[in-house]
Design a protein around this ligand. Structure first.
Ligand code: FAD
Ligand code: SF4
Length: 477
């Protein structure tokens, strides 16, 4: 298509569709569902962008990616330039292009969405990032910085920790990441399933960090193997990014029965330990013929779609509000439905009923209707009298939410926490302890990948400023 398109031509172009694996095939395997655009599709979609002067899409991006500029380079088929622009602001574009809720961020602000459909910014980001991963020889090599002689410990190897580590290493600081699990990536690896985010993408991003000289020590729990005070004495600064991986319990009778999992345990067994997917995996999982997943967010969708892939005949979402209130991404809900997941809406679980030998046998449920809006602004579910019933299930997965794990914070009494146990930050990452910074879910509570990355970036900038001031004045903590 010629690049002499008029505004009218651009406005007449329809949004591209993401090619997807057929629903029946994919619901019995873990292959990535979204297949990615080809060059012709990506370039055509890039030409739908009308290069607004006010660039509202950039305001919608938590890390401020230069969206019109990378899209413009893509439209001109200058792919290495598009990749360069993208990577300036986004350390994990191949991840964000797959899991960011663009429909409520950059794409929600896109002016093309006012009278039609927004430019598919997320699809284009993914296309450019994937091209860059496959064509590293065509990218401009980044000169390694000279060492500042300063060292930083990063706690946690999820998106916040990975981003902070990359930014700090590029400033020439010596960075060591301490990770409790035996592998890298945080939720990206143990939580988000392969069918949404192939693990090979995390491997490539981690490899890039190792090339920058970042050291990663797995199987080290800060608060158990080492304390925060030990890190403070061995490093010039610390960035805490240990996430919010502690499940919120259902507090229902029967929660201790065999066959009840927290979402994190369920997903970690399948994703990280390969339970149910690899016949040689030593970690077991109860697959279940009838699986009830309680919750309505992205985590619940990941669990229920995983249950389906493990062979559940009935894989159900049990949610006490209606679909309109569900926090999960629209695309996840659509994919789940196409894969045969049942949505049991306006239903609250009251009790998990066990068999004589202690296994899950049924869920006692109650129908709900929506009343007045509560403090969250969403209409409150109210029980419908006389509507209790039993649902036959053999696995229950609790996906109602997570909170911060107290392992680290319990051993750091001077670190200020809020009432939910999250570390209190100053907005730039500084905590109540000099030289200790924090970001991601440990500060925000369960949030998103891109917000965690934004925190990693801001925290790294604050640490860099702190270390430079430290060098300049000669004062430390
Ligand atoms: P994490 O990713 O949780 O990483 C923290 C790391 O710290 C972990 O590796 C953990 O093992 C390690 N750690 C914990 N304690 C210690 C310790 N004491 N010592 C050393 N290491 C420690 N967001 C989106 O934007 N899009 C999505 O589609 C999406 N889907 C999700 C699906 C699931 C199943 C879940 C659970 C979350 C999802 N999220 C999604 C949310 C997103 O993944 C998180 O907001 C994000 O990963 C937070 O990043 P983080 O770096 O703060 O923490
Ligand atoms: Fe392009 Fe939409 Fe951003 Fe405007 S708002 S520059 S059309 S992506």
């Amino acid at each position: 298509m010629p690049d002499t398109l008029t505004m009218k031509d651009r406005m007449a172009m329809e949004r591209v569709h993401m090619p997807e694996l057929d629903a029946q095939t994919r619901s019995s395997n873990f292959e990535e569902v979204n297949r990615g655009l080809n060059l012709a599709q990506a370039v055509r979609e890039a030409k739908r962008c009308i290069r607004c002067k006010t660039r509202p899409c950039v305001d919608g991006c938590p890390v401020g990616v230069s969206i019109p500029e990378f899209i413009d380079a893509l439209a001109k088929e200058e792919l290495s330039e598009a990749a360069r622009i993208l990577q300036v602001d986004n350390a994990l574009p191949a991840v964000c292009g797959r899991v960011c809720p663009q429909e409520s961020q950059c794409e929600a602000k896109c002016v093309r969405g006012v009278k039609g459909e927004a430019v598919a910014i997320g699809y284009l980001e993914r296309f450019v990032a994937d091209w860059a991963m496959a064509n590293t020889n065509q990218l401009t090599a980044v000169k390694p910085p000279s060492s500042t002689g300063k060292s930083v410990a990063v706690v946690g190897c999820g998106p916040a920790g990975l981003t902070a580590a990359g930014e700090l290493a590029r400033q020439g600081h010596g960075v060591t990441i301490f990770e409790a699990l035996h592998d890298t990536g945080g939720v990206l690896r143990y939580g988000i399933p392969e069918f949404r985010l192939p693990k090979q993408i995390i491997d490539v991003e981690v490899e890039r960090l190792l090339d920058l000289g970042v050291r990663i020590e797995c199987n080290v729990i800060i608060g158990k193997t080492l304390t925060l005070e030990q890190l403070r004495s061995q490093f010039d600064a610390v960035f805490i990014a240990n996430g919010a991986g502690l499940p919120v319990m259902l507090n229902l009778p029967g929660e201790n029965l065999k066959g009840v999992y927290s979402a994190n345990e369920y997903l970690t067994r399948v994703n990280l330990m390969e339970a149910g997917r690899n016949p040689d995996a030593p970690t077991p999982i109860i697959k279940g013929a009838s699986v009830a997943v309680i919750g309505g967010g992205n985590t619940a969708m990941d669990c229920v779609r995983t249950a389906r892939r493990l062979g559940a005949e009935r894989a159900m979402i049990i949610y006490r509000r209606s679909e309109a209130e569900m926090p999960a991404r629209v695309e996840e809900i659509r994919h789940a439905k196409e894969e045969g997941v049942e949505f049991v809406m306006l239903t609250a679980p009251l009790e998990i009923i066990g068999s004589d030998d202690g296994w899950v046998a049924a869920l006692l449920c109650e129908k709900m209707e929506l009343g007045q809006a509560d403090e969250s602004g969403r209409r409150k579910p109210v029980p419908v009298p006389g509507s209790r019933y039993h649902m036959k299930v053999d696995v229950v997965v609790n996906a109602i939410g997570t909170r911060s794990n107290p392992l680290l914070t319990a051993t750091a009494p001077d670190l200020e926490l809020n009432k939910w146990g999250n570390i209190v930050g100053d907005g730039e990452g500084a905590t109540s302890l000099t030289g200790v910074y924090a970001g991601g879910d440990i500060v925000r509570g369960g949030a998103t990948v891109i917000l965690a990355m934004g925190d990693g970036k801001r925290g790294a900038a604050a640490i860099d400023g702190y270390l430079k001031q430290y060098v300049f004045t000669g004062k430390g903590y």
